[in-house]
Write a protein that binds this ligand. Structure first.
Ligand code: ATP
Ligand code: MG
Length: 327
């Protein structure tokens, strides 16, 4: 091959190499651009993934929150359900009591007249009988029993009483004294001492006098029954300034009430007294009287130590009873 031909070939090869070099540079550039684009895409994707991850975490914590809220709601619903159950039971109990009360009232009403007739007849028979007649004792027993039946009927009628109350402005301490006078001899015979802690400036209350005396009589009788061997009946009357209520506490040093009996003592006909001694209506009557006066009645008791009945009554503003000093 001639030198010229070699030259030609060399030039051609150089051209090819240059072209290849250019192509390589171009490809390199393309690759670089691709790499940059890829990097950009990866960055974008990473940001997107990051955002998605954060979103997922947010949703997750929201779901957790919702689950907790749902748990709370379920617990609330359960509590409401229990409440409704208890309420419907109370309603059922109240309905039963109302029916029983009406029945008792109508029976008591029906019994009243025949009892009065029997009582009068027995009295007449006894009146015309010499003291030494042997049948006299039997008639006296009949008289006592009729009297007890009369007491039971009176209690039942009082318990189911629907009459109008006679409200007046009263000094509670005076009504306590009047009631104590009624059972003074009974307390004395039972060796029960009465201690009074009456605040000197007790406000007046709006109350039905008869009902208030009935309330105190029932509570004093219970206290006396609880102290067959004697004891102390402590009566406190004072004002509770924060609640603007009159507070009355009636305490005895008697046998107390067993813990299992305490929730039952205000149920009608619950009694622990021997057959014929108690009707179990005293405390339900007391509670009703206090409720009708917009007050409250609570009992605290310790077996073998004694019982205290707490009564609160709303105060009649602006009037203060002054007739008593602490004794
Ligand atoms: N001060 C008290 N000390 C001990 N137990 C009491 C006292 N007060 C009430 N109780 C108990 O509560 C029960 C119910 O009293 P509640 O006055 O309603 O009826 P009762 O006294 O048995 O009969 P009633 O009052 O109708 O004659 C009593 O039988 C007694 O067991
Ligand atoms: Mg009683």
């Amino acid at each position: 091959m001639s030198a010229y031909a070699w030259q030609q070939r060399f030039e051609a090869a150089k051209g090819t190499i240059r072209a290849l070099q250019d192509e390589l540079v171009e490809t390199n550039r393309g690759l670089l651009a691709l790499a940059m684009e890829l990097e950009e895409r990866v960055k974008e994707r990473t940001t997107e993934l990051h955002a998605a991850h954060e979103e997922l975490e947010r949703t997750n914590s929201e779901l957790l929150q919702l689950t907790l809220e749902l748990d709370d709601r379920v617990a609330e619903l359960r509590a409401k359900n229990e409440e409704i159950k208890a309420m419907s039971q109370q309603l059922w109990q109240a309905a039963k009591l109302a029916t029983m009360g009406e029945l008792a009232a109508s029976i008591a009403h029906e019994l009243n007249n025949p009892l009065a007739t029997v009582s009068l007849r027995v009295e007449a028979l006894l009146g015309g009988m010499a003291p030494d007649v042997p049948r006299r004792r039997a008639l006296e027993v009949v008289e006592q029993e009729v009297e007890r039946m009369g007491q039971l009927v009176a209690n039942l009628l009082q318990f189911t009483r629907r009459g109008q109350s006679q409200v007046s402005t009263l000094d509670v301490r005076e009504e306590i004294e009047r009631t104590l006078e009624l059972i003074h001899y009974h307390l004395h015979n039972r060796h029960i001492a009465v201690v009074r802690h009456f605040a000197p400036d007790v406000p007046m209350v709006q109350a039905d006098l008869q009902q208030l005396r009935q309330l105190f009589l029932n509570l004093f009788t219970n206290a006396s029954d609880a102290m067959p061997q004697g004891g102390t009946l402590t009566l406190q009357v004072r004002t509770d300034p924060p609640s603007q209520q009159l507070e009355i506490a009636i305490s005895d040093t008697g046998m107390g009430i067993a813990a299992e009996d305490l929730p039952k003592v205000m149920e009608p006909f619950f009694t622990t007294k021997p057959e014929g001694r108690g009707t179990g209506l005293g405390l339900p009557i007391c509670r009703r009287i206090v409720q009708e006066h917009q007050g409250a009645l609570d009992i605290v008791s310790t077996v073998h130590q004694g019982t205290t009945v707490f009564i609160t009554l709303p105060i009649q503003h602006g009037q203060t009873g002054t007739s008593f000093i602490e004794a």
